[in-house]
Design a protein around this ligand. Structure first.
Ligand code: AHZ
Length: 305
């Protein structure tokens, strides 16, 4: 069992304003006279838009793009950003809320199960758990996801573009070998890409990068984006299609099969099950974390060359 975390008392005294203190000793007065510092609306707009456009400019040429900020994509981002602070890592997530399917442990239940040895990743990101022998249990999946996300987002070399969909892949033909390489992504705000049928003139944006990690999950309303596109572009012949649930087989298979599927595109997490016809594992998340670690390691190999 992890020892209980010491709780620091909430520093409510930071809100005490001097004026209130001198006028009256009563605690209610500090709120009576409370006021925020002044602001103009346009200042808020500029504070947001200038940074966003600066990020668009900076990350238009990224070192790594991660498509999908579910448990696998976020785990990959954590390892990459920690190991290589010199790399520019862009995460593109279609949803407003990153985290994918990892806000609940499975079905509508809170606790998240991870089979060993995935608890080592939990130790790394300092998420407490109960040790049940062959597996561990995090008391709430949201604790895993929010902790991982807060660590990833703090890295100065990571930018999360959420509410942004990857609509297509950029490709390049090697003039010498004739080999097709994935060389970037085509993005659009998700609300825009949902309206391609009824609005015109909504051309997308692009990010160039030498290597991509795609972790868009299994097929569904959003998932398996990159591997489905590989089929429609003729880079791979067909998808194997995700098979039925077999926890033990599925988790081992997903980690083992995490790899660069075509030049420039590493696939991890449940998206992989659609290429290879691997089983699904249902509500156990060890393979998502470790597939993310393996995907990051295969990208690190490219940059370590
Ligand atoms: O919104 C998607 C989600 O957050 C995002 N995504 C999908 N298509 C995208 C696109 N552009 C940008 N075109 C896109 N983002 O990708 C994220 C995928 O997260 P996920 O949690 O669905 O996938 P994962 O592979 O990280 O985790 C799978 C978790 C599962 S599913 C499962 C089962 O069905 O048996 N078992 C587990 C543990």
């Amino acid at each position: 069992m992890t020892p209980p975390v010491a709780v620091t008392p909430y520093p409510i005294s930071i809100f005490e304003n001097t004026k209130a203190k001198t006028q009256s000793a009563k605690p209610a007065d500090k709120w009576t006279n409370f006021t925020f510092n002044p602001i103009r609306e346009s200042t808020v707009s500029r504070a947001m838009t200038s940074r966003y456009f600066e990020d668009l400019n900076k990350y238009a040429e990224s070192d790594v793009v991660i498509i999908g900020a579910g448990s696998c994509g976020l785990s990959a981002a954590y390892i990459l950003a920690k190991q290589r602070p010199d790399l520019k890592i862009a995460i593109i997530e279609a949803g407003v809320a990153p985290g994918g399917g990892a806000w609940l442990g499975g079905q509508l239940f809170s606790a998240m199960v991870m089979r060993k040895p995935a608890e080592k990743f939990l130790d790394e990101i300092e998420v407490p758990y109960e040790d049940e022998g062959d597996y561990v249990v995090v008391k709430h999946a949201a604790l895993f996801t929010s902790t991982l996300m807060s660590k990833v987002l703090r890295f100065p070399n990571v930018k999360l573009f959420n509410a942004t969909t990857v609509e297509d892949l950029i490709t390049r033909k090697d003039p010498a070998t004739g080999e097709i390489r994935i060389a970037g992504v085509v993005t659009n705000w998700t609300l825009v890409s949902m309206h391609h049928d009824d609005q015109s003139c909504m051309d997308p944006n692009t990010i160039n990068c030498p290597i991509i990690i795609s972790t868009t999950g299994h097929d569904g309303p959003f998932g398996a984006f990159s591997v489905k596109r590989l089929v429609s572009m003729g880079n791979i012949e067909r998808l194997g299609g995700m098979r039925g649930l077999d926890m033990k087989a599925a988790e081992d298979a997903i980690v083992k099969r995490t790899r660069e599927v075509v030049p420039g595109l590493v696939v991890g997490g449940m998206e992989l099950s659609e290429i290879d016809g691997a089983n699904r594992m249902g509500p156990t998340f060890g393979a998502m974390a470790l597939s993310g670690v393996k995907a990051a390691e295969s990208v690190l190999e490219v940059f370590d060359l």
